[in-house]
Design a protein around this ligand. Structure first.
Ligand code: DON
Length: 320
């Protein structure tokens, strides 16, 4: 498919899906996110050669929020090995909201259900290499910066806003501590977790990360393996089964792409290569990032999800 055609279609599909921003609202429980412009919808697709295709409000920057959870999982596995990490956190969906304490109370598991719910992500963040919170943060940043090729910054306002209002996450972290599932001090674990959530990212950067995950940890542009095939495989499993929280089943059925959402309105998606039907776009796989801050009841960007659904249907991106 010619580039102009790809641009034209993306432009059209963004406009087709813009009205779906009505189906959600910006996250209210983090004050610094509550007043985001709810009408924005933007997308960036990065292909195997590093060419990017953008449409809508595509020059935005936003905080990673829960998208950081799949990256911290990958980073921790890369640094400490898959077996070490899977010993501390499971790979099972919960059927509860991302910040629920119910699964713990009811099931009393020996480890958090998965690394994409808050409890699992706090555990993962706390185990990143480094002796202090700052060192853990710097090691994580370097890992991500190595993938995207430039420096990233913290959104200080979002960080402080979340730090001051993280009552539920604080409760979860104390619960983990009480259950002997957290080695680090509670406030330190919370600090590193909230810092990762407040890292500022562009659609282009996020699409690059999606591309590397789609290619099993291999960066096809720089031609180097960044993390192992095994780690990427488990990351994709988690994205499919837990990445969109309680919409993961519907998302798998109607979109069918490994993806991870965040409450700021971003979605990271990884489209693995597919060699049949060569007339369709992006057969060598791609990374996709969408942003639209109005989120639905499950914490996923409402218009972003619908835009991904249309793209996946039109270009046959589903892995199923
Ligand atoms: O801990 C929180 O609640 C936020 N920092 C992140 C939650 C989130 O993004 C869930 N996503 N869809």
């Amino acid at each position: 498919m010619r580039s102009e055609e790809v641009y034209e279609k993306l432009k059209q599909w963004v406009e087709d899906n813009r009205s779906h921003t009505m189906l959600g609202e910006p996250a209210q429980y983090i004050p610094a996110l509550a007043n985001q412009d709810r009408d924005q919808l933007g997308i960036c697709i990065m292909d195997y050669n590093g060419d990017t295709y953008m449409a809508g409000e595509s020059n935005v920057k936003f905080t990673l929020q829960s998208i950081s959870k799949i990256i911290s999982f990958v980073a921790l596995c890369h640094f400490k090995g898959l077996d070490f990490v899977l010993d501390k956190v499971d790979v099972e969906p919960t059927g509860e909201s991302f910040n629920s304490i119910i699964p713990f109370e009811i099931h009393r598991p020996g480890k958090p259900f998965n690394p994409l719910i808050n409890a699992g992500a706090i555990t993962v963040a706390s185990m990143l290499p480094g002796d202090t919170v700052s060192e853990k943060y710097e090691r994580f940043l370097l890992f991500v910066e190595g993938m995207i090729g430039h420096q990233l910054e913290l959104d200080q306002e979002v960080y402080e806003s979340e730090w001051q209002t993280a009552h539920r996450n604080r409760a979860l972290a104390y619960y983990l501590k009480e259950s002997k599932l957290l080695d680090l001090d509670v406030e330190e674990a919370l600090d590193i977790y909230i810092r990762l959530c407040a890292i500022c990212i562009s659609l282009e950067d996020l699409a690059k990360i999606g591309l590397v995950i789609a290619h099993d940890g291999y960066d096809p542009i720089e031609e180097r393996q960044i993390f192992s095939h095994d780690v990427a495989r488990i990351a994709k499993v988690l994205m499919v089964t837990c990445g969109m929280y309680n919409s993961s089943g519907k998302f798998a059925a109607h979109v069918g792409i490994p993806a991870k959402s965040g409450v700021s309105g971003g979605i990271l998606a990884s489209v693995p290569p597919k060699w049949h039907s060569p007339e369709k776009a992006f057969r060598k796989g791609c990374g996709i990032a969408v942003f639209s801050p109005a989120i639905d009841a499950n914490g996923n960007s409402a218009a972003g999800t619908m835009l991904l659904r249309q793209i996946s249907e039109e270009w046959d991106f589903s892995i199923f």
